[in-house]
Design a protein around this ligand. Structure first.
Ligand SMILES: O=C(O)CCC(=O)C(=O)O
Length: 260
């Protein structure tokens, strides 16, 4: 469900549980994001590229610069208001032929947030299509109560768990087809997932979870990459200082010397 008119995006999101914004980030920045994925993969050869996770963000100036981009925060603000923090961010990049699925789930079942006020922006870094495992959403399921997510060992998957599939009406699933620089926004309760990558092309995406500063992160041991990004700090969470760029230690990017 795409909205091209700013004034109705919130209505689409409220009705469907998700909405897509086209051409949010420019090609130059997307090329840097793509380079960042390659840089992270070289730095962490032990991690699967579907699992370049949020614990890495706090020491990474480019990552923090990216999630602080005003174009992304302006979108987040439409859903959670002007006082914004980063809760988590995670690259899910599926290699050709081998990229793992994300089983059907509701994000909120995994998250230590009180209240569950949070929005996800999903940035498409590559093309994202049914063949390479784009995100799929079951529209209008954001009113479903949060379900228990069960461990799954029968299938290799990004999360290693998912919800009871008898609760998912797959016939209603919508593929979110995106181009590099597009951003989809989804609700913490909407049921969604993605298939594996059966194509010969990468599928690269970045999840960015923004909270209003009035949401408390109740498990700070696991969620260590919180940053206050815009507006007022309600004083509920401890936020990291923005990491300074250090040549040789971090990926260089446009403006890195003067950033933060
Ligand atoms: O990247 C994907 O395929 C799934 C993303 C997802 O489940 C999420 O952003 O919550």
């Amino acid at each position: 469900m795409t909205s091209t008119h700013t004034e109705c995006t919130r209505d689409v999101y409220d009705r469907e549980g998700y909405v897509v914004f086209r051409n949010v980030l420019d090609a130059e920045l997307i090329a840097q994001v793509d380079a960042h994925v390659n840089w992270l993969r070289a730095k962490h050869p032990d991690l699967r590229p579907e699992n370049l996770g949020h614990w890495l963000v706090k020491e990474d100036p480019f990552w923090v610069r990216l999630v602080s981009d005003d174009r992304l925060l302006d979108i987040a603000e439409q859903f959670i208001g002007p006082d914004i923090a980063l809760f988590a961010s995670h690259y899910i990049c599926k290699p050709p032929k081998d990229g793992m699925p994300v089983l059907w789930h509701q994000d909120g079942s995994y998250w230590p947030l009180e209240p569950m006020e949070v929005v996800t922006l999903w940035l498409s870094v590559s093309e994202s299509t049914p063949e390479n495992g784009c995100m799929r959403v079951i529209p209008r399921t954001q009113h479903t109560g949060l379900q228990e997510m069960k461990k799954r060992e029968d299938v290799a998957s990004v999360l290693g768990s998912g919800m009871d599939e008898s609760l998912v009406d797959v016939s209603q699933a919508v593929d979110i087809v995106m181009q590099p620089g597009d951003v989809s926004v989804h609700h913490p309760k909407v049921i969604h997932g993605s298939e594996g990558n059966t194509s010969s092309r990468w599928r690269k995406g970045l999840t960015i979870r923004y909270i209003p500063t009035t949401t408390r992160i109740t498990d700070v041991k696991k969620h260590v990459s919180a940053f206050h990004l815009r507006g007022k700090d309600a004083g509920l969470n401890e936020y990291n200082e923005f990491p300074k760029y250090v040549a040789g230690a971090h990926m260089p990017f446009r403006g890195c010397e003067t950033w933060a």
